[in-house]
Design a protein around this ligand. Sequence first.
Ligand code: ADP
Ligand code: ZN
Length: 303
Amino acid sequence: SIAIGIDIGGTKIALGFVDEQGRVLAKSSLQTDLSVEPSVMIARIADEVKLLGEQHNIALDGVSGIGVGAPGPLDTKNGTLTCPPNLKSWWGFSVVDELKSHLPLPIKMENDATAAALAEKWLGAAQDSDHFVFITISTGIGAGIYLHGKLLTGATGNAGDVGHMIVDPAAGTCTCGLPGCWEWIASGTAITRQATELLGRPVTSKEAFELASQGDTQMSELVNRVFAYIGMGCVSLINMLDPNKIVIGGGVSQVGTPLFDAVRSYVAKHALNPSGRETVIVAAQLQQDAGLIGAAALVQQPY
Ligand code: ADP
Ligand code: ZN
C-alpha cells in the first residue's frame, strides 16, 4: 500500500506519496510560514496532500497511514512538538491531533533524525546492519539509533539528541545553555561561526573547507580540530552503544573523503575495544527526498 510522508523543517515542509518499495510516486513542498499559526500551516499541508493525490489519481482511502518527521525536542507520546529551536511558534503544538482532524488516517511521528535512520536501514547505507547509528551533521547535530533490529526512540521520541553531548566544557556555551556541546563545536553552524571569528569576515563552512584544502593554515587547523571532535563524538557513541556501523549524513558530510578519513582514523585509534575500533564509518546514501522517505518509512517499515 501507499504511505504519506511529511517532513516538517524550519524552512520547508516536504510531503509526498511513497510506495512499499520506497519509490516516491508524487511529491511537493511548502515554505514553512512562521508568520501564521501552526494550525494554519497544518491546514495548508492537508490541502496540498489532497491536491497532490487528486493530481496523481491516488485515492486517500488506499493510503495506509501518514508518517511525520519533525525536529526535536518533541513528544511522540502526545504527538506534540515540545521546544524545537527552529520552530519556536510551534512549541507545545499538537501536530498529530491537528493533522488527524484534516486527514483521518493512522499517524506516526518521530524525530527527523530517527526517521532518517530508518530510511537508511530500509533503502540506504545501513541495509546490512542491525546495530548502527545514523548521525546528521548539519545546522545542528542529531542522531537516530538502531539497535537489535529496532529503532531506539526513548520514552518521548528524543533518544539520539546527541548534539548536546558535552565534548569540551572549555569551548563556550551552547545555545541550549550547556558548556561545550558537540554541535556547538562541530556542526555546520559551529564551523561557520569559528571560521568567521578567525578570519574576521563572513565565511561559510563550505568555504572554510575549501580554504583548508588550498592550504590556509588557520582553516586547516580549524577543520582538523572539528574532524577530531566529530571523531570524539563517534567514539563516545561507539563505546556506549556498540554499533557495527556509523552512517554520517547532513550538509557537512558533503565534504566527503577528508572528513571520513579523519573520523575513521580517530575511531580506529581511540574506540575502547577492538570491535569498536573496527566500526565501519560510511556516508548516508539517501540525499534527495531523504526527509520525505524517512517520514514514509515510519509507515512502510516496522520499527
Ligand atoms: P539542514 O540543517 O537544514 O538540514 P543541511 O543538512 O544542508 O541543512 O546543513 C546545513 C549546514 O551544512 C550549514 O551549516 C552549511 O554551512 C553546511 N553545509 C552544507 N553544504 C555543505 C558543504 N558542501 N560543505 C560543507 N558544509 C556544508
Ligand atoms: Zn547544547
